[in-house]
Design a protein around this ligand. Structure first.
Ligand code: XMP
Length: 323
């Protein structure tokens, strides 16, 4: 019968058999799938696995620390963190067009990852023959036909590596659905914040700033996003909401009155949605008092923001992310 314990035991045996005495690497994105896949493989082969986390500077508040500290503490995994914030910001300088941003982030990501990989391969240990990926059952089923949204936005994932890489894949989650992956992650002792994480796009906050991406804008958006997440969690709404992108309209300004005078600041958009699979979505009818708390706190606490608006568009016609 299906239990998380059985799944783990079975996979541990299978992974050991597949990898033997060779080494494997795994890219961590901060998301559930790569974290659980890495934790499973770490359980099976320990030190023969090296994880790579590219910090592109586009993560939300606290997320990089969660991977660096909590994930490592829970799994004992060998982790290489590449601080590539400056490189990504330099590459994104002056760019506002969404597809261009996505392409730049995807391209830089692959370059940084490959470089880290080359360094790992070059050290003295046994051959690195395997790449771990958090492919789920629905990904396996879908990959034949492709999805309806695939052509609309160029999705970028840690998994989106170039085809000329000569790795054999280790995909321990291939038979599992998302809720099962979360259960396995929990059983493996991963932190709640990682196991229960809502979907978050690979390009991160880079596609939640409408306009050019700068460090200052990212910091501002991180603050606003942290407040929204804090209040939604405090209100017990995390399970009800599929995800709630928080978007900075950096190219838009509006007049406000704050403190002693007139301000000319930026709006923040809240985009809470409910969904089954992200292919379609409905805007979430959040309680007014929760919206009020988020709005008051963001306009009080986040510099340069003087307005909070709620996106009430379903998908279609609006995609979940703004870019
Ligand atoms: P859209 O905006 O297309 O988003 O309605 C659908 C779902 O996909 C997420 N998303 C991404 N996930 N890499 C990802 O891994 C990406 O490049 C990406 N872009 C969007 C989005 O957050 C939503 O859950």
């Amino acid at each position: 019968s299906w239990t998380t314990g059985n799944v783990i035991e079975e996979q541990v045996v299978a992974i050991r058999e597949q990898v033997g005495d060779k080494r494997a690497i795994c890219g961590l994105s901060g998301g559930v799938d790569s974290a659980v896949a890495a934790a499973l493989v770490a359980r099976a082969i320990g030190d023969q696995l090296t994880c790579v986390y590219v910090d592109h500077g586009l993560m939300r508040k606290g997320e990089t620390e969660q991977v660096e500290k909590d994930f490592v503490a829970a799994t004992g995994v060998k982790l290489v963190v590449v601080d590539a914030e400056e490189r990504f910001l330099a590459a994104l300088k002056g760019v506002s067009e969404p597809e261009e941003k996505r392409k730049i982030i995807g391209r830089e990501f692959i370059r940084v990852f490959e470089q880290a990989q080359a360094e790992i391969i070059a050290d003295a240990g046994p051959a690195v023959e395997f790449l771990v990926q958090g492919t789920l059952y629905p990904d396996v089923v879908e990959s034949g036909g492709g999805t309806g949204t695939a052509n609309i936005k160029s999705h970028h994932n840690v998994g989106g590596l170039p085809e000329d890489l000569e790795f054999k894949l280790v995909e321990p989650l291939r038979k599992l659905f998302k809720d099962e992956v979360r259960m396995v992650g929990q059983e493996l002792g991963l932190p709640e914040e990682i196991v229960q994480r809502q979907p978050f796009p690979g390009p991160g906050l880079g596609i939640r700033i409408v306009g050019e991406v700068t460090k200052e804008r990212l910091d501002l958006l991180r603050d606003a996003d942290a407040i929204a997440r804090e209040e939604l969690t405090a209100a017990g709404l995390d399970r009800e909401i599929w995800q709630c992108p928080v978007v900075l309209l950096a190219d838009v300004r509006s007049v406000g009155v704050q403190g002693d005078g007139r301000t000319y600041g930026h709006p923040i958009v809240l985009r809470p949605v409910s969904s089954e699979d992200a292919m379609t979505a409905d805007w979430s009818r959040l309680p007014y008092d929760v919206l009020a708390r988020i709005s008051t706190r963001i306009t009080n606490e986040v510099r340069d923001v003087n307005r909070v608006v709620v996106d009430v568009t379903s998908k279609p016609p609006g995609t979940i992310e703004w870019e």
